[in-house]
Write a protein that binds this ligand. Structure first.
Ligand SMILES: Nc1nc2c(ncn2[C@@H]2O[C@H](COP(=O)(O)OP(=O)(O)OP(=O)(O)O)[C@@H](O)[C@H]2O)c(=O)[nH]1
Length: 237
């Protein structure tokens, strides 16, 4: 399975922290200023893969990621339920001026098979933005019925619970009302919960692919007609 994922949300909610945590298992804060540099992340991935004695995979990752460097799209493979999954993850930047960036937004939505929408539990404006993003993505993704668009909502910075302004219930309710999946995590504290976010999205991608109605091609039409005639023949015997 190969899928394109866009990570979206307001600035400073931890989009890069989640992406870097998934890719390197480390928290972006550990790297200081260099932490968000795509070249640094690639270098780290390369070393991590070599440590795991997978040089060919490392070279493939490096080449894939170099091709997408300008846009900060990272390719990451892992195993889910015994199957290899490769996610191309676009860590996208949020622009306040949506009208100026609407064509880029549409491009991201068309490119993506699934979405990780991030807010900070300490920032209500970022929560409202996620709510708005869900509506906008669904209205742009007209090839799927609106409850089938694979979206995962992530309330990040759970470690800062003393500064919380958005309750877990509000996140859960938003997910319930919009047919999305919901997680509260701390990219700063935990690799496993971040991994669960992406596993959850893979599950939704699988569901969406199973339920997407593909238009009948000529081969499909011939198959259905011959099935009808075969049934008529057996009925008449
Ligand atoms: N305490 C805490 N800090 C976090 C967490 N995730 C990210 N941060 C910090 O929040 C700040 C912003 O994180 P980024 O990952 O750069 O956020 P972003 O959404 O990619 O930001 P933009 O690139 O501006 O859109 C950084 O200082 C991170 O170290 C978290 O789970 N807990």
């Amino acid at each position: 399975m190969d899928a394109n994922i866009v990570v979206m949300g307001m600035e400073s909610v931890g989009k890069s922290a989640l992406t870097v945590r998934l890719l390197t298992r480390r928290f972006i804060g550990e790297y200081g200023d260099i932490g968000k540099c795509p070249l640094f992340i690639l270098f780290y991935l390369f070393i991590a893969n070599f440590n795991a004695l997978m040089p060919f995979l490392a070279i493939k990752h490096l080449l894939n990621s170099l091709l997408c460097l300008a846009e900060s799209i990272y390719s990451h493979s892992f195993i889910v339920d015994g199957r290899a999954v490769t996610l191309n993850i676009w860590d996208s930047h949020y622009s306040q001026d949506f009208s100026a960036d609407s064509s880029l937004f549409e491009k991201k939505v068309r490119w993506a098979d699934g979405f990780v929408l991030v807010y900070s539990i300490c920032d209500r404006a970022s929560f409202n933005t996620v709510s708005w993003l869900i509506q906008t993505i669904k209205s742009n993704k007209d090839c799927l019925s609106t409850d089938k668009v694979p979206i995962v909502i992530v309330g990040n910075k759970r470690d800062l619970h003393h500064r919380r302004t958005v309750t877990s219930e509000e996140g859960r309710l938003l997910a319930l009302n919009t047919h999305c999946q919901f997680y509260e995590v701390s990219a700063a504290e935990n690799y496993h919960s971040v991994l669960m976010v992406f596993h959850g999205l893979v599950d939704r991608l699988k569901d969406a692919k199973l339920t997407t109605k593909k238009p009948l091609r000529l081969k499909g039409i011939v198959k259905s007609m011959s099935a009808v005639f075969a049934r008529r023949r057996t009925e008449s015997f």
